[in-house]
Design a protein around this ligand. Sequence first.
Ligand SMILES: Cc1cc2nc3c(=O)[nH]c(=O)nc-3n(C[C@H](O)[C@H](O)[C@H](O)COP(=O)(O)OP(=O)(O)OC[C@H]3O[C@@H](n4cnc5c(N)ncnc54)[C@H](O)[C@@H]3O)c2cc1C
Ligand code: SF4
Length: 322
Amino acid sequence: MSEALPQFQLSRPASIAEVVATLKSHPDARLCAGGTDLIVNMRRGLVETDMLVDLGKVAGLNQITETKKGLEIGAGVTLADLIANKAVQTYTAVLEAAGAIAGPSHRQSATVGGNLCLDTRCLYYNQSHWWRKSNNFCLKYKGDTCHVAPQGNRCRAAFSGDLAPALIVFGAEITLVGPDGTRRLKLADFYHEDGAAHLDLKPGEILTTVHLPKSNARSAYGKVRIREIMDFPLAGVALVCSGAKGDETLSVAVTGTNSMPLMVELTKAQMLGADQDAFFAAINKDVQKSVSPQRTTTTGSHYRRLSIAAVAERLARELCLG
Ligand SMILES: Cc1cc2nc3c(=O)[nH]c(=O)nc-3n(C[C@H](O)[C@H](O)[C@H](O)COP(=O)(O)OP(=O)(O)OC[C@H]3O[C@@H](n4cnc5c(N)ncnc54)[C@H](O)[C@@H]3O)c2cc1C
Ligand code: SF4
């Protein structure tokens, strides 16, 4: 059960410089893009802040620009606009991942930046305040024990954003702007394997842009979820297949299984020779080996591991064999 939204001030900056200045003068303020995750978490008492910084009016944040090198996607672009954009149509995995996030009305306001900066999720965390209090809270927030792995001292909550793996397989980079200036890094390096601190987002920083390299490679995204109509991924997988027929090279990234999205290290990234079954079986095994789903959902960890490996193998066959 959700609770009432607490009182907060709303700041509506018009530029990125104003966002950074606001965050500097109010260190506890929280960025709010579409609010489709943040507001739910605030109602559950998972976010303590007395100020939200609404990104909806920030100039330039909701644009997609085509350059010689690829696409510059503003963090404030909504998922609906991303899917509708002509220049994005060749990135099938990105379209499929974005289209599988929440429901159509969420996607009208949910943004690319909000999805990449999504909080991690866990059965013991995404609950009402009274539910968590009756369990003495947990290590991620207000408590001292992890109910998923009580012997450990690290939160295992899962990163469950769909878009990140689909951008990572294309080698996307991001720009962050903060009080110390601007920095650019690989999207894959933005995440840590720690459910309580999974983002490399420094105090006062905002993610402004996703840089998606030019690509015509075949790609796909698949996810396993409890409710097919609308649900976070129990596990999700993105694949890019580049190269000519008979000389394909694959890249694979997963989400939902760890506290961060991750690239899968493939023992056989290239489909060489006639033994295609061995190639696809190796992808299945590599995905199984790479992921570490924990008891953070009601669905068994082993099922999540096996099912996402099977989805990866199926999509690899479809992409490579056409
Ligand atoms: C019913 C339901 C189903 C959902 N299903 C899915 C799903 O299947 N897959 C999925 O991935 N998500 C799902 N979501 C979660 C959410 O709707 C999406 O992840 C959405 O893309 C979040 O974007 P937003 O703009 O609403 O983020 P917000 O809620 O505004 O923000 C999310 C977080 O990102 C931070 N943030 C936002 N923008 C920036 C920025 N530019 N720089 C730095 N930090 C920023 C915020 O401070 C906050 O911590 C679901 C949510 C609901 C309610
Ligand atoms: S994995 Fe452990 S610490 Fe993290 S949210 Fe779940 S119960 Fe809490």
